[in-house]
Design a protein around this ligand. Structure first.
Ligand SMILES: [Ca+2]
Ligand SMILES: [Ca+2]
Ligand SMILES: [Ca+2]
Ligand SMILES: [Ca+2]
Length: 474
């Protein structure tokens, strides 16, 4: 029996305040921006060798670009030393201050309606790199473009060394790569309070184990722009080189070995960096940098077992470069996914599967009850959902005041209509619709209920019966 009582009905499709609370309570309104400290305008002009400056040839240098040019020269010198096997001068303990000053202003908080993560600017035009999993549920919709967007919170460095938050700006989604867990966003404007956008530069090559490294992000329970340092612990491929996967594989024999090898062959691999920097949820999408503040990875995961959380996984530079090379630069619409149902799965009756996470809930309805019983009896519900083995025609998702209803209106195994009600008035505010050519279309200002059994044609009555049984009102 479905455990929702009449009074609890709405709560089941609503969610609790989430990590966003961390973002809004710690900002100072005091303002002593970096820009105000710039020396009086005094342009310098000199000739720089074109091989040694990214601007090339003769450049007009302001104090800001001069200091950048000097850093660039230092980088060139250190690169040369490293390439020739020389030992570069070690930073004294506390050298992280320099890294923090350089990197923190490039780091942003990425906020969706489902939570927050970290991201960072990679060019002065406002391109932001983050994780796919930070934005894949919970983006907002700009119906005019149409495109999905997230809110981006930037900051600037105060003289005290503390980061001060400036105004938030929407950033449209340009490209996503679920396999590499990367996403590219673009700021819609330079936030008020900033003259120019900073950026994290990509290192020329990936790091080596034992090398010093640092992260800056927005960890839950920490503070905004929290710095941590550590060492690069290992390089390899996920999941093939992860010990929990690798050793059972090496130990398997006979038929079991074949099974394990087949499983490994089916998994997608990508290059990762393991570091001893301690990340928390909320750090996802933040930069891993070398001791000169250049990008060597993107934070994306920590060990699942809390007692093993002594290091952090980062996406390697090679994957970041490949993603950026492939990424298109036009805004896209992310289509909500009925199958992102979360790890906490349980079946409440033969044709109703419930999942969710902190503060949100999702219900899958197999309205015509045709999921094979033997699949259900295996009780591997995560596997069942992963393989789309649960034959659902309708799914409902609730988070705070947002509710989504997914429909497979022609019962062909693919959800093709998604209705979104984002203000809890039971009227849908957006409709995503899959057209015959396989393209998704967004309709705004529609006049329809968010929960509409009639969309299911011959299955309308069985769905109504299920909703009544579970005490969910249309
Ligand atoms: Ca079905
Ligand atoms: Ca369909
Ligand atoms: Ca079906
Ligand atoms: Ca509404």
């Amino acid at each position: 029996m479905f455990p929702m009582k009449a009074g609890a009905r709405r709560d089941a499709l609503r969610v609790l305040p989430f990590l966003i609370g961390v973002l809004v309570c710690v900002f100072s309104s005091q303002s002593t921006g970096q820009e105000s400290r710039a020396p009086a305008k005094k342009n310098l002009q000199f000739s720089a060798p074109s091989t040694q400056t990214e601007h090339g040839g003769t450049v007009r240098l302001t104090p800001t670009t001069l200091s950048e040019w000097l850093v660039y020269q230092e980088d060139q010198y250190l690169d040369l030393l490293e390439e020739q096997g020389g030992v570069t001068p070690a930073e004294p303990r506390g050298g992280g201050q320099k890294i923090y000053n350089k990197v923190a202003p490039c780091v942003v908080a990425v906020r969706t309606w489902a939570g927050h993560g970290t991201g960072f600017l990679i060019d002065r035009e406002g391109l932001i790199l983050t994780n796919y999993h930070v934005i894949h549920t919970g983006t907002f919709v700009d119906a005019e473009v149409p495109a999905s967007y997230a809110w981006v919170h930037m900051g600037r460095m105060q003289e005290s060394g503390r980061m001060e938050r400036v105004s938030e700006v929407p950033a449209l989604v340009l490209a996503v790569d679920p396999a590499r867990d990367l996403a590219l966003l673009k700021l819609q404007r330079v936030p008020e309070g900033l003259n120019r956008l900073p950026r994290v530069e990509l290192a020329r090559h990936g790091p080596k184990p034992g090398q010093e490294c640092s992260i800056v992000g927005h960890p839950s329970s920490g503070m905004l722009w929290t710095y941590r340092d550590g060492l690069v612990s290992a390089l390899g491929q996920s999941p093939h080189d992860i010990v929990n996967f690798l050793l059972p594989r090496l130990g398997a024999e006979g038929a079991e070995r074949e099974q394990v090898e087949a499983m490994f062959d089916s998994l997608q691999t990508f290059d990762i960096v393991l570091s001893s920097c301690l990340a928390n949820p909320g750090d996802s999408g933040g930069p891993l940098v070398d001791r000169r503040g250049r990008l060597i990875g993107v934070t994306f995961a920590i060990p699942g077992n809390p007692s093993e959380q002594k290091f952090t996984y980062h996406i390697a530079l090679s994957e970041i470069r490949a993603f950026l090379d492939e990424a298109a630069q036009t805004p896209i619409l992310l289509i909500p996914d009925a199958w992102q149902i979360g790890p906490m799965l349980r079946i409440v009756q033969r044709n109703v599967l419930i999942g969710g996470g902190p503060g949100w809930q999702q219900i899958l309805f197999d309205v015509d009850t045709d999921t094979p019983l033997e699949l259900l009896e295996q009780r591997d519900f995560n596997g069942l959902v992963g393989a789309r083995g649960f034959d659902a025609e309708v799914a409902l998702h609730g988070y705070r005041n947002r509710r989504l209803a997914f429909y497979d209106t022609d019962n062909n195994g693919e959800m093709n209509v998604v209705l979104v009600d984002h203000d809890e008035d039971d009227a849908a505010d957006f409709r995503y619709r899959l057209e015959a050519q396989g393209r998704w279309h967004l309709d705004a200002d529609i006049n329809s209920k968010w929960l509409d059994p009639d969309l299911c044609g011959p299955l309308a009555q069985p769905l109504r019966d299920l909703l009544i049984q579970l005490e969910i009102t249309e």
